[in-house]
Structures are given as structure tokens and as C-alpha cells.
Design a protein. Structure first.
Length: 99
């Protein structure tokens, strides 16, 4: 049986800023498997300011792709983001970060 810690490590999005890009890898210490029977289907990036939700970007991943997305930060400094990943077997996992 897989422990909750192992589940968390495979499903929790890891966010990094690399230059002018936001890079999100699904899985902290262990990349999430991307097989037809078990994969991350979508990654939603919700952008907030103090005034509320302003934007949602949805990325769709396919089997055998790397569980990683990259997109430009552009001018979205000092925003708060929530990243939600949806695993077809284990549901939704999320994390917050601020730029």
C-alpha cells in the first residue's frame, strides 16, 4: 500500500520560476507517471490579485508526455497563483505560490 506521503510526492505540483517562465512539474521528489491508465489529465493555473480571480489557464496533458508545463510570467508580478492538477485515479491536488 502506498502511503499518503508517497501519494503527495507524486501528485503535488512543484513550481519554479526560471527566468521569465513559470515551470510546473507534477510530483515533488517523484515525477507522476503518465501512462494511459494513470496520468495527470489537466493542470489549471488560477491567477489572483487582491481584487479577486482574474484568469484561469488550463493545460491538457497526454499519456507518455513529461508531467511538466512551462509558460511565460509576462507582467504578472506580485500576483498569487493556485495550481490544481487532476489525476485520473487520485483526484485534484493543489499548491499556491506568489510572484
Amino acid at each position: 500500500m502506498i502511503s499518503l506521503t508517497e501519494q503527495w510526492k507524486k501528485h503535488q505540483p512543484a513550481v519554479q520560476i526560471e527566468g521569465d517562465n513559470i515551470v510546473i512539474t507534477i510530483g515533488r521528489d517523484i515525477e507522476h507517471p503518465m501512462q494511459e491508465v494513470h496520468l495527470i489529465e489537466t493542470v489549471d493555473v488560477l491567477s489572483y490579485t487582491k481584487a479577486g480571480l482574474l484568469r484561469v489557464k488550463t493545460f491538457t496533458l497526454k499519456a507518455w508526455e513529461e508531467p511538466k508545463i512551462t509558460f511565460p510570467v509576462s507582467d504578472l508580478k506580485e500576483w498569487t497563483y493556485k495550481v490544481q492538477t487532476k489525476c485520473n485515479l487520485h483526484g485534484t491536488w493543489d499548491d499556491d505560490f506568489v510572484i
